[in-house]
Design a protein around this ligand. Structure first.
Ligand SMILES: *Cc1c(COP(=O)(O)O)cnc(C)c1O
Length: 405
């Protein structure tokens, strides 16, 4: 097999030629948001220059062209995650909105005493929308996390009760990189008739996902972590689940007919897409999917994993660095605490060497508490990163230590 061509891949991203404080940019923050290839930039500007109108078929040429491009993005999203039909895919403004959409709908259907099972590993996006339902008497239960930074599956299974209506978990942690054992989750849910939602924001970037094979009810992800534009995400839902879900926001485009006293709603997915949608973002996202599909995905994944292992091994003997989470098989995400250093200070010093990392709670405060820390530093890899960049990070980290004696 031909090795993954990191130089060719990297050259597709104009921003990576930038310098920061006179040093080459070393972008190790792709788990927060990935950079954009020329193809995505070009697709969006091309649309604005040549083929743009509001969507709605049948009115005029530009409207038809734009509608076709918009619906092609829906089909691309369906392909990317293995959905049976584009009709399973709802456009949202991000993964966060997709979870809020499901929570608002299910919240109207769940009764006091019904239970939702989450984990202590969740991004705030997969916790706070469910927290709102506590006002209505819905009970949240949290599966604990092992020292390796994984969901404790035995204890998760023990928390499933006949009142469990939904199990909602991250597919891959944005902090520890741990992957969730979906087959076990689905089996536990089905045993009591509960639904399953997976937060796929990280998993969809680093591995192939097939929602149909996983047999889950809902899957959410964001365009901007997949080399696409911000302002766009998706909710995948099984057809019967979407059909049973009440509308989220009201407005144009989501109705079948409107009278002064009665309104009927459009079928999914349009029922959930009130107002003018993120049209240009959808066009950019479609280009991002084309870009990903043209990629040697196995090679890219192996390359990211090699970068992760390189840094992980380099830090292994270092007793001033504590790595949070250490699964045998995980995403290329490395979160750590450096003795005596506040994560924010460390990130600012690394920035002086051109190295961009994330510092803070990573929108996962319960997990920080679980590990007994208030903040941490995260390095995350994308296929455009190089071994030289992994080395540059390690060198900058060594230099940074001197600031924290
Ligand atoms: C980024 C992220 C989110 C939130 O995605 P938005 O694009 O901000 O809506 C949720 N969960 C995980 C695991 C993430 O990495």
């Amino acid at each position: 097999m031909k090795p993954f061509d990191v130089t060719a891949f990297r050259n597709a991203f104009p921003i990576l030629a930038r310098e920061i404080h006179g040093k080459p940019l070393v972008y190790l923050d792709s788990a927060a948001s990935a950079q954009k290839p020329e193809a995505v930039i070009e697709a969006m500007t091309h649309a604005m220059r040549h083929s743009y109108a509001n969507v709605h078929r049948g009115l005029h040429t530009l409207a038809n062209e734009t509608t076709d491009a918009y619906e092609a993005a829906r089909a691309a999203a369906a392909r990317l995650v293995g959905a049976a039909s584009p009709d399973n895919m709802v456009f949202t403004k991000g993964a966060t909105e997709a979870i809020n959409l499901v929570a608002a709908g299910l919240g109207r259907q769940f009764a006091p005493g019904d239970e939702i099972l989450l984990s202590e590993l969740e991004h705030h996006a997969n916790y706070v929308p469910w927290h709102f339902l506590r006002e209505r008497g819905v009970v949240l239960r949290f599966a604990p996390i092992t020292d390796r930074g994984e969901i404790d599956m035995d204890r998760l299974e023990a928390l499933v009760t006949p009142r469990t209506r939904l199990i909602t978990l991250t597919h891959m942690s944005n902090v520890t990189g741990a992957k969730t054992d979906v087959a076990r989750v689905v089996a536990a849910a089905r045993a009591v008739g509960a639904q399953v939602l997976l937060d796929g924001c990280q998993a969809v970037v680093h591995q192939r996902v097939d929602v149909t094979a996983l047999d889950i009810d809902y899957y959410v992800f964001s365009s901007h972590k997949l080399f696409g534009p911000t302002g766009l995400g998706f909710l995948y839902g099984k057809a019967d689940r979407l059909a049973a879900l009440p509308p989220y926001q009201g407005g144009g485009e989501m109705i079948a007919s409107v009278g002064l006293d009665t309104i009927s709603f459009a079928d999914p997915p349009h029922r959930f897409e009130a107002g003018t949608p993120p049209i240009l973002e959808a066009i950019g996202f479609r280009a991002a999917v084309d870009f990903i599909e043209a990629l040697d995905r196995d090679g890219a994944e192996a390359h990211e994993q090699a970068l992760y292992r390189h840094v992980r091994e380099a830090l292994r003997g270092d007793n001033t660095v504590r790595v949070l989470g250490d699964s045998a098989e995980k995403g290329p995400i490395l979160t750590f605490v450096l003795d005596g250093a506040h994560a924010h200070d460390l990130a600012q010093i690394l920035d002086r060497y051109g190295v961009a990392v994330r510092a803070g709670t990573h929108c996962a405060e319960p997990l920080m508490r679980r590990f007994g820390v208030t903040s941490s530093t995260r390095v995350s890899f994308a296929p455009y990163n190089t071994v030289e960049e992994a080395e540059a990070f390690l060198t900058a980290l060594d230099k940074a230590r001197r600031f924290f004696g």
